[in-house]
Design a protein around this ligand. Structure first.
Ligand code: ZN
Length: 245
């Protein structure tokens, strides 16, 4: 299983970078997890858009879904230029009908509703969901290819349910929108200490802090998470890769 970070900013993309977007590859299959602002530009550093096999969205906030429109145009235009048509499945939750309906566009993308109470199979990936605590419906994901387990918190304030959900993960991608001493419960986000606490209590092998804020020094987030988690902590950046080791 190979993860590549295409974007990691919260809210809006910093210059020449992107908000949430994670490319997951296994057994020749390519899944894009979230498609935030500027992800369509950044993802092309790692894969051609035509080679994506599926997209899955945690929720419909702009920093996770803004580039669905550009992705549809990219598929439409490259499909016309290359004279081959391929329908890209985009998996999203069905609890915001207006946003869900936008996932289907001409014949280039098809919105597919996932049921968060059921396991979802996409190519080699088996995905389970956990409802998060966020101002809108949002779902964390536990993804395995049979060899490795990756957990992505999506956007959420702290909940104990993350611990059994993340247990034994080889990699936890935790959102980390706030620093130690701040309170993320209003906007529905995690602090560095909370991300580290989930990692420690779930016994995950590695922690990747992502969805990073536009203030403070990100290196402090790492130091703070390391104060409560004994494993390896990394800060997300464009092009960061993890290969299961
Ligand atoms: Zn959000």
């Amino acid at each position: 299983m190979k993860l590549t970070v295409a974007g990691f900013w919260s809210g809006f993309p910093a210059a020449n970078e992107a908000t949430s977007g994670y490319l997951l590859e296994s057994a020749g299959s390519r899944l894009l997890i979230d498609c935030g602002s500027a992800v369509v530009s950044q993802i092309q550093n790692y894969v051609s858009i035509q080679d994506l096999d599926a997209v899955i969205l945690s929720h419909y906030h702009f920093d996770h879904a803004a580039d669905i429109g550009p992705l549809q145009y990219a598929n439409l235009i490259t499909g016309l230029l290359q004279e081959k048509s391929k329908t890209l499945p985009i998996y999203g939750h069905p609890y915001d009908e207006e946003e869900f309906n936008k996932l289907t566009y001409k014949k280039v993308t098809e919105g597919i509703a996932y049921d968060p109470n059921q396991e979802l199979l996409i190519g080699p990936f088996t995905i389970r969901f956990l409802k998060t605590i966020h101002p809108v419906e949002c779902f964390a994901m536990s993804i395995t290819d049979g060899t490795h387990k990756l957990v992505y918190t999506a956007d959420s304030s702290y909940q104990d349910a993350f611990i059994p959900f993340s247990e034994g993960a080889d990699l936890l991608i935790s959102e980390c929108s706030f620093y130690e001493g701040q309170d993320g419960t209003g906007p529905g986000h995690l602090t560095s200490i909370e991300a580290g606490t989930v990692a420690q209590r779930a016994g995950v092998k590695k922690l990747l802090l992502s969805h990073l804020p536009h203030f403070g020094n990100h290196s402090d987030l790492k130091i703070q998470a390391e104060s409560v988690y004994v494993g390896q902590v990394s800060l997300a950046k464009s092009g960061f890769t993890w290969t299961g080791a």
